[in-house]
Design a protein around this ligand. Structure first.
Ligand code: GAR
Length: 221
């Protein structure tokens, strides 16, 4: 049997995406193993989540490093020492240096709470809500040198309702994040992913049967 995919998960906040990865591994749906959780925020609830499941956690504070390069150098050293196959950014609120990207070519993925390329950055849900879109969602993508610009692996679309608030929309999006991130990692574990330019191809998957979505629904057209 193939070895489970070795993951390094980088977090900064609540760690709910980390939790969904842990839960899917524990129930056997995701054939991966978390070798290390690295957190840049000592107050992150994600640390508690990781510890509760007996996962090794390293907390790296930016203030303890002179430069970004030093910080990323330490990240690289830790991840290499664990022989990580895939670096999973799960709410990791830092831009990585080009040296970090070079150290793990096409082996870093991120989840973003909007339908990229719309609404990149750190307030994806709020920006989409304030713009007045009728659909939003989330995106798992490879990380490249831009901000949320790498090739897209999978997206989930959710409606924005007229009585939504930023918070209700963010929650609807987050629930979908918890579904598509483990799925994207499982595609990796199964060796199904190839990249052709900007396009990510995934072998043996069913494409969505939907032709179109409308919000509000069409009234007879
Ligand atoms: C998630 O919504 C994730 O998509 C977002 O941070 C949240 C982390 O939640 N990431 C970004 O906005 C990256 N630009 P979590 O800590 O509960 O997984």
């Amino acid at each position: 049997m193939a070895q489970p995919l070795k993951l390094g998960v980088l977090i900064s906040g609540s760690g709910s995406n980390l939790q969904s990865i842990i839960d899917n591994i524990e129930k056997g749906a995701l054939k991966a193993s978390i070798k290390i959780v690295i957190c840049n925020n000592p107050h992150s609830f994600g640390i508690t989540r990781a510890q509760k499941h007996g996962l090794p956690v390293v907390v790296l504070k930016q203030e303890d490093f002179k430069t970004r390069a030093d910080f990323d150098g330490e990240l690289i050293r830790i991840l290499r020492s664990k022989e990580i196959d895939l670096v999973v950014l799960a709410g990791f609120m830092r831009i990585l240096t080009p040296d970090f990207l070079k150290a793990f070519p096409l082996k870093i993925i991120n989840i973003h709470p909007a339908l990229l390329p719309s609404f990149p950055g750190i307030h994806g849900q709020k920006d989409a809500f304030e713009y007045g879109v009728k659909f939003s969602g989330c995106t798992v993508h490879f990380v490249d040198e831009g901000v949320d610009t790498g090739p897209i692996i999978i997206q989930s679309v959710v409606p924005v309702f007229q009585d939504d608030t930023k918070e209700t929309l963010a929650l609807r999006i987050l629930k979908e994040e918890h579904r598509i991130y483990p799925q994207a990692i499982q595609y990796f574990a199964e060796g199904k992913i190839t990249i052709a330019g900007r396009k990510v191809l995934i072998k043996d998957t069913e494409e969505t049967p939907l032709i179109a979505l409308h919000n509000p629904s069409l009234a007879g057209f």
